[in-house]
Design a protein around this ligand. Sequence first.
Ligand code: ADP
Ligand code: MG
Ligand code: MG
Length: 251
Amino acid sequence: MLEIKNLHVKLEEEDKQILKGVDLTIEAGKVHAIMGPNGSGKSTLSYVLSGRNGYEVTEGEATLLGQDILELDPEERAAAGLFLAFQYPVEIPGVGNMTFLRTAVNAQRKARGEEEMSSTEFLKVVREKAKELEIGADMLKRPVNVGFSGGEKKRNEILQMAMLEPKLCILDETDSGLDVDAMKLVSDGVNKLRAPDRGFLVITHYQRLLDHITPDVVHIMYDGRIVKTGGPELALEVEKNGYADIMAESA
Ligand code: ADP
Ligand code: MG
Ligand code: MG
């Protein structure tokens, strides 16, 4: 589904190489986790995949379902089925949550050359999914993220993900200081949205999140590369021993 080969990325502004040859393949239906010490390049990887400005790919490639995504603008990446959980955490005063969701869904459909969702159909779907995620009617009407608690924002993010029905979801939870409740929301959301034709990349500094999600594959990133890959037990090993051994092995 997602195939990253030998990806090298530097900062546009400075001559600083951040990703130094990342190889990663995520199969449909699988949940992959990336862990790693602070500063190893985890967030940079998600930014580059999302098409954020400021990064330059100097070598390598990334394809989603066979399509080169590095050439696409962020909207086209979304239309291709890529979802980044931090893509819409902004507060948008004056725009109702429901209106925003409908605009996002229809923009994606348009970019795919599909027909817009009728308002009746949209209402039906959004209510269904909101109910599944225990999101009340008031949260659908309020302006996007304005005055939302941390937990509500997380829930809203999962609703956006559910509405856009992405092929590959990337969640970068590294620096967001998730408390136990928010962590549970994220993991429940991911677990509900797991599907045979959908892949996940969950980036986290902490093992705790993976207690609830149980990834199929765990990667450790260090100094701009994936230096170790294993099963869920790798996350437990890191929890127990820290990153020091892995860093020493790969140095
Ligand atoms: P992680 O998410 O694993 O903590 P990051 O991807 O945030 O790592 O950062 C990797 C390295 O790149 C760090 O050394 C960080 O300081 C540097 N870096 C990333 N983005 C920028 C930027 N825009 N300007 C300066 N340094 C950056
Ligand atoms: Mg960091
Ligand atoms: Mg980070």
